[in-house]
Structures are given as C-alpha cells and as structure tokens.
Design a protein around this ligand. Structure first.
Ligand code: MSP
Length: 502
C-alpha cells in the first residue's frame, strides 16, 4: 500500500433540497476519485453529508408544522437512499445537527472568540433574507438579491479582513490551490478589494435554528460558519487527534462554482485563525445546464437522478456524467447526448467487445479461454496500448480530468474492436485454431484491462464483465487473463436504446 493519502469531500447539501443531478454529479465524482485512488493502493477518506441549520430549514419545518429536527430527520434519508442507489461508497456521512459536529463548532467559536478574532458590533446595513446575510450596497444594486431590508442590530463579526494578505500570499505560493485557473483568478480579483469582516451570528429572535454561541446565548452562528467546519469535525478535529492528523490537510474539496467564495475566502481565513494548515486543493466545477439554461425549480427543468437510474441503470448514469463533463466547465445535459453516449460507447463499443469475444470463444473453444501463442506486431500494438492507457489514466486522474481517463479507456476498447475486425479470428479459426486463440486471448485481455480501469466509474457492470471473464484480482498488468478458465454465460451488457420521438 502506498503511503499517500487521499481525503475528498463534497459540499454538504441543504437538507431541504430535493436531490438533483448537480448533487449527484459532485458525489459521483468524489466517489470515482476515491475509487481510483484506492485502486492505486492509497488510503482514502470520502466525506459527504447534509447542511441542516438556517432560516430556510426553520421556515420549511414551520410550514409543515414540524420541529426543525424532526423535519431534517424526515428529509435526510432521501439523500442517503440516493447515494446507496448510485453506488456511492462514502467513508462517513455528516449531518450538522449531530452532537459530534455541534460540539466542535462551539469549541471553535470559543477558540476564535478567545483569540480575539470575533468581536461584537452594532451593525446597520442591507440584509438579504433569501441569502441570509448582510450584503454590500453594490450587491444590493446588482439586482441579484431578493427580499432586501434595512437592518440594524448587534452582531458578532469574524476578523476575516485581517487575513487578506496571508490568503493572497498562500494562493500565489500554491498555484494549484484553487482550480481551475480561471476560478483562482476570480478569487484573486475579488481579493483586490479590501476584504471586510464576516458577520457570524444571528440573533435568536430572528433565527433560532442554529448552533448557539457559547459566549452569548441570545445568538446562533451563521449557517456557513457552522457548515464549513464539517470538513474537520468529521475527521476528529478536537475529538480524535490521531484521526485528524492522519487526514488533514490532505484534502480535496470538490465544490460547484457558486460556492467558491465561501470556500476560498471564509473557510481559509477561519483555518488561519485556528492556526490550521489550509486544504490541499479546492476544485470548483461548472454547472449542469438543461439544454442551454440553468436548472431551476421555477423553470421546472430539474433532472432527477433517481428517474434516470430507474430508467437506464446506475452505471449508465455514472458513465454519462463522468465522461460528458469537462471538469471546471459548464455542460449541457440532453437526452440526445445521453442516448448517443450510451449507444456509442457502452452498447457499440464496450458491450459489443464482450459479446464478440465471449461469442467467438464459445463457438471455437467451447467457452474456454484459449492459450496465448507468439505475439505478432499487431498483437504487440494492443499490448503497448494497454501500457500507454494506464499511464494516461494515472496522469488524467492526477489532474482530475476524469473525462480524459474515460476517453483513454474507451480508445483501448475501440482499438480492440478494430483489431478483431482486422484479424478476423472467425476466418483464421478455419485454418489455424492456435492463431485464432492468440487473437482472442489478446482481445479478451484488452477487455479485462479496460474493464478494470472502468471499475471506479461503473462498479456494477464491470463486475459482471469480470465475472464472465473469471478475472481474479485487480492487476492491470498484461497477462492476467487465465487461459483455461471457462467463461460464464451472460446477457447483453448494455442493450441499445432507441430515442423515442417524444
Ligand atoms: N449547503 C451548501 C454547501 C455547504 S458546504 C460546506 C450548499 N448546498 S446546495 O445543496 O445548495 O448545493 C450543493 C452543491 O450543488 C453546490 O456545489 C452547487 O454548485 C451544486 N449544484 C447545484 N446545482 C448544480 C448544477 N446545476 N450543476 C452542478 N452542480 C450544481 O450550497
């Protein structure tokens, strides 16, 4: 086992939200990355969870006539069940209403207060009820905020501005800290203006569904100050030192581009105040657009991952999301592109390769994997391609270019199909059965290796293929396929889909 460690997080999702394709995407991405790193022999920790405090939760609970905790407990299983259905293997699932989290948040608030980084002040300004925060007058004039009112109240503020230069220096000294580059520049641009302090309290008479401030019982803390701490409360900060030291700061925070500032500015300055190192990387991905427009409840174009999975299977959905989106860029979800990818890559290439080799081995070798004789130049090209593919995947995963890792693997599959067409073992078998056996061994071994590379993306269907091939272990070195094993019978892996007119 390598001594490298990999800690990956998703945002913790608002418990009120109905899980949609955006939530599913980040969670599948984290799962895929954790699985690739595990395959590489690394120890991994994959954290996801739910953000359960704040005004919207309080209001939604009131509407349902429920206590907020009861409301959260009722809604949380929707996410948990979805992750199960999507084959997500997270190491932990944190809910911000759990005592283990609340205790750490309170200790942190006290620590930051004691070190002088939280102070109280009377503040008068514009407050956006929908965003649950004070906004600047420029923000007010931008027209992007709803439910704005003038508010004057005593609150507690975190000295965020104090760490502005330290943060700029960190970003400049660690060019890969905020990715992609365009997002890093966005944050550096934001930091060109003086950085204000952050209001981290809410008076209980306005909002009581939150974590109480230890130094003032009339207030709860701001939902983001609470939520961001999940990344360290879950791994033992102030509760399990050994565990915490093991995972922090080897962390990769995967987020959507809309929550870049909270992660790159609020979270980092909070960590500075605690004297903790910053996470290794913050990666902001783009949006899934529905056709050309943003997904939104009011447009009624929210794609439910559950519906897709029920219709097309979990692996096809995971495959589509991972192969279609270039990490960092927006990507348009359309049924046409889903069906095209399914048919081209999964039915015509991957599924077809399995069908061909297993059919030919059954016909010519009674289903027994033939021996591999001397390799021709064409055979060696396939062998070389497997080595090259492996290197490309390692490099792509390292750069978080999952779509490239998938494309490299699919190129191997497609080349194995072409190789079969050129070598035509069905013809060769009539004159030289031994040579036909070698060709089929080469194509089947290429399939075994490609399948192993696809395990993180499609854990279920790849298991079917590996079982058919009687493959043991996960070694992707050439020659792992065992001649003499009897192939298992199987159904078509991904039957072609027809796009109905509607
Ligand atoms: N609770 C906060 C996160 C706190 S993390 C300490 C939150 N929750 S959320 O449920 O609203 O959103 C979670 C994630 O979903 C964000 O990363 C957001 O970018 C992502 N997405 C929401 N819609 C999306 C798309 N249409 N496409 C891709 N991801 C999108 O924010």
């Amino acid at each position: 086992m390598s001594d490298k460690k990999f800690y990956v997080t998703t945002p913790i999702y608002y418990v009120n939200d109905k899980p949609h394709i955006g939530h599913a995407y980040t969670t599948i991405l984290a799962d895929v990355l954790a699985r690739y790193h595990k395959e590489d022999g690394q120890e991994t920790f994959f954290l996801t969870g739910l953000d359960e405090h704040g005004q919207k939760v309080q209001q939604a609970a009131e509407k349902r006539g429920m206590a907020p905790q009861e409301h959260c407990d009722d809604l949380a299983p929707r996410f948990i069940q979805l992750w199960k259905k999507l084959n997500i293997e997270n190491s932990d699932f944190i809910r911000t209403t759990e005592p283990r989290h609340k205790e750490v948040v309170q200790k942190i608030l006290q620590q930051v207060y004691d070190n002088g980084d939280i102070y109280s002040a009377e503040y008068e300004g514009w407050y956006s009820v929908s965003e649950e925060r004070f906004i600047t007058s420029t923000e007010k004039d931008s027209g992007e905020f709803r439910d704005i009112k003038q508010l004057k109240e005593k609150n507690y503020f975190f000295r965020m501005g104090k760490y502005q230069q330290k943060l700029i220096d960190h970003i400049n000294d660690n060019p890969d800290f905020i990715c992609p580059e365009s997002r890093k520049n966005e944050i550096l641009g934001f930091l060109r203006q003086p950085l204000g302090d952050l209001c981290v309290s809410r008076p209980k008479d306005r909002l009581n569904w939150g974590i109480e401030l230890t130094f003032d019982k009339d207030y709860v803390t701001y939902v983001w100050f609470d939520a961001l701490i999940n990344y360290i409360s879950a791994i033992g900060y102030l509760s399990d030192d050994a565990k915490f030291k093991k995972w922090w700061p080897h962390s990769l925070h995967l987020i959507g581009k809309d929550i870049l500032t909270t992660h790159s500015v609020y979270w980092t300055t909070m960590l500075f105040s605690l004297g903790l190192p910053l996470p290794k990387k913050i990666f902001a991905h783009g949006w899934w657009l529905i056709g050309e427009s943003k997904m939104s409840k009011s447009l009624g174009n929210v794609v439910s991952p559950l519906d897709l999975v029920d219709e097309y299977g979990v692996d096809a959905v995971r495959y589509y999301l991972m192969s279609q989106m270039v990490l960092g860029q927006d990507c348009s979800f359309t049924f046409e592109s889903f069906i095209t990818r399914f048919n081209n890559d999964l039915a015509n290439d991957f599924g077809n390769l399995l069908n061909r080799v297993s059919g030919l081995i059954r016909k010519n070798f009674d289903g027994v994997v033939p021996a591999c004789g001397q390799l021709s130049d064409a055979d060696k090209e396939i062998v070389d391609l497997t080595g090259q593919t492996e290197k490309e995947i390692a490099c792509a995963v390292d750069k978080l270019e999952i779509h490239t890792a998938v494309a490299s693997t699919l190129r191997l599959v497609s080349m194995a199909n072409k190789y079969l067409e050129h070598q035509a073992p069905w013809k060769v078998a009539k004159e030289d059965l031994k040579r036909a056996g070698t060709i089929l061994y080469v194509a089947t071994e290429a399939l075994r290796i490609a399948t192993l590379h696809l395990v993180p993306i499609m854990p279920s269907k790849t298991k079917v293929v590996l079982d058919v091939l009687r493959a043991v272990g996960s070694d992707t070195k050439w020659g792992g396929l065992r001649s003499g094993s009897v192939l298992e019978a199987h159904d078509a892996l991904f039957p072609r889909l027809e796009l109905s007119k509607e």
